[in-house]
Design a protein around this ligand. Sequence first.
Ligand code: C2E
Ligand code: MG
Ligand code: MG
Ligand code: MG
Length: 292
Amino acid sequence: ADIAMYQAKKQGPGQLVFFEGHMHDHQLKRSQMESDLRQTLQQHQLEVHYQPLINLSSGRIMGFEALARWYHPHKGWIHPVQFIPIAEESGLVLQLDRLVLQQACQQVQQWSQHRRDLLHLSVNMSTLQFAQPDFYAVVSEILQATQFPAWQLRLEITESLLLERGDVVRQNLQQLQDLGVKLHIDDFGTGYSSLGYLQQFAASALKIDRSFIQKLQLGRQHQELVRTIIQMAHNLGMSVVAEGVETLEQQDWLRQSRCDVVQGFMYSHPVEARAAMHLLDQEEAGKLLVQF
Ligand code: C2E
Ligand code: MG
Ligand code: MG
Ligand code: MG
């Protein structure tokens, strides 16, 4: 076998641990990345990009989803697929989510001041966050400090949170909802959904995962599935957001099927704050992102 023993490391008395070459490389990169990320967070240098969410009946921008972006001095822009898993394993995601929340509330509140109607803000929250006893206090402090209205905030969570039964989780959820914060279930359809939990949970919207939207063109069965999700959500009093909308055909089908909100590259990629503000200015000047 071609196992290369590039490195042997002493682990406790008399114990040698051997790594496969690429394995060691991988772990080294990972721990380097973890310490770079830790430093970036300490210096508050993580950036936030914004992707518009569009109301399918008015055609107007109703708000933005905040998406974390990391500008690395040597590697350039790093996307969340590369650092969120590391952030989750190391617990750094707690700090990361809070930094994104703080920055985005401050930013979107500033934009809202120049508009007739207030903007919504959606922020992704790791499941881990809800098990922290101070989570509710942190969110309400950020809302207070930024003056962002609680009822305009949506926390995007994944289906894995539906399985959490702890007291701390339940209390955080209850207090946040009492404050008016909404919960949106992200990537809906990809996790372990128990429809029973879904109802208990009182989420205000489902975000249909983009894999389902991409498959709409493949035929009737795929379409029926999405139509059924939309109807179920509506019957349970939830609204529906479609993620990853890229074509006019997808948009028209979703509109006919009574999907409420769309988000995707067709309208805008996630962009930095200045560019997002430009989208709002263009809309004020009469140029909508959606053409029906
Ligand atoms: P998500 O919450 O499902 O975010 C949507 C992702 O889909 C974003 O990827 C966005 O750029 C991408 N997207 C949007 N429209 C389209 C489209 O039309 N086509 C395609 N192919 N993709 C589209 P991004 O920014 O790379 O984020 C990936 C994931 O990382 C997010 O998925 C979210 O789960 C996670 N994430 C991002 N920011 C944060 C954060 O601040 N905290 C936590 N905990 N997770 C985050
Ligand atoms: Mg999301
Ligand atoms: Mg997600
Ligand atoms: Mg998603």
